[in-house]
Design a protein around this ligand. Structure first.
Ligand SMILES: N[C@@H](CCC(=O)N[C@@H](CS)C(=O)NCC(=O)O)C(=O)O
Length: 243
């Protein structure tokens, strides 16, 4: 599926500064393909990793938004929902990270990140569709300051089982795909939050999940988008009020 290009080591990109309410707004709808992100957002990170993995750094320009000082033009002129990520492409805006990563995969060059095989594709669609429910299951007890729930354990166990389905590689479909990208940015955060706030190691007793995270951490397209763990923890404590 995904050719070696995405796995190749690449030079670290110089990232543009995040634009706030007083920054000079960028030109919009001028034909530039722009990916609007926030550097700390797990949903935006999915689109960013997909772009990187497909080697689209020169074709899709990153525009970083400062969500703590959100510029009005973003909602008014670019994406009425006001959330990141969104992609400006061919004078249209595509949002919602799980739709957007599929859009990037099918509308741009680079290694394919969804399988051609129909059976694998169905598994991919099901797992991608479950990513929002997974995120909710994992974040809920943190936001409501509750203990590790049965739902958390079941959601993590579900991923552990899903990771055993194809044995031609450590990723959800064996080889790397959009499924991995959909989950890794969420796993990156919940691994930190549960370890620090619940003394619960999400990979303990889940060797497939442990191996998956280890393998993702070897992929530059992903590691270049990661943040300092303690910074992410502080941000979530302050903004999502997790505890
Ligand atoms: N379901 C959306 C969620 C996107 C989302 O909630 N992004 C957050 C940042 S992590 C956002 O833009 N929030 C708006 C704000 O903070 O003003 C997706 O997957 O794209």
């Amino acid at each position: 599926m995904a050719a070696a290009a995405g796995l190749a080591s690449s030079a670290k990109e110089t990232l543009p500064p995040a634009l706030g309410s007083t920054s000079q707004p960028p030109p919009v709808f001028d034909g530039t393909t722009s990916l609007y992100i926030c550097y700390f957002c797990p949903f935006a990170q999915r689109a960013w990793v997909t772009r990187n993995f497909k080697g689209l750094q020169d074709k899709i320009k990153l525009v970083a938004i400062d969500l703590q000082d959100k510029p009005a033009w973003y909602k008014e002129k670019v994406y009425p929902q006001g959330t990141v990520p969104s992609l400006e492409h061919n004078n249209e805006i595509v949002g919602e990270s799980l739709d957007l990563i599929k859009y990037i995969d099918s509308n741009f060059d680079g290694p394919a990140l969804l399988p051609g095989d129909a059976a694998k594709r169905q598994v991919a669609d099901e797992l991608i569709a479950y990513a929002n429910a997974f995120t909710k299951a994992l974040y809920s007890p943190l936001i409501s300051h509750a203990e590790v729930s049965d739902e958390v354990v079941a959601a993590l166990d579900k991923l552990e089982v899903a990771l055993s389905k194809f044995n031609d590689g450590p990723f959800f479909l064996g080889q790397i795909s959009l499924v991995d990208i959909a989950y890794v940015t969420i796993l990156e955060r919940v691994q930190i939050y549960y370890s620090h706030l619940r003394s619960y190691e999400i990979t303990k007793g889940r060797p497939n999940l442990e191996k998956f995270i280890e393998e993702m951490n070897k992929i530059d397209a992903y590691t270049q988008t990661k943040n300092d763990p303690l910074f992410l923890l502080d941000l979530a404590k302050n903004h999502l009020k997790i505890a």
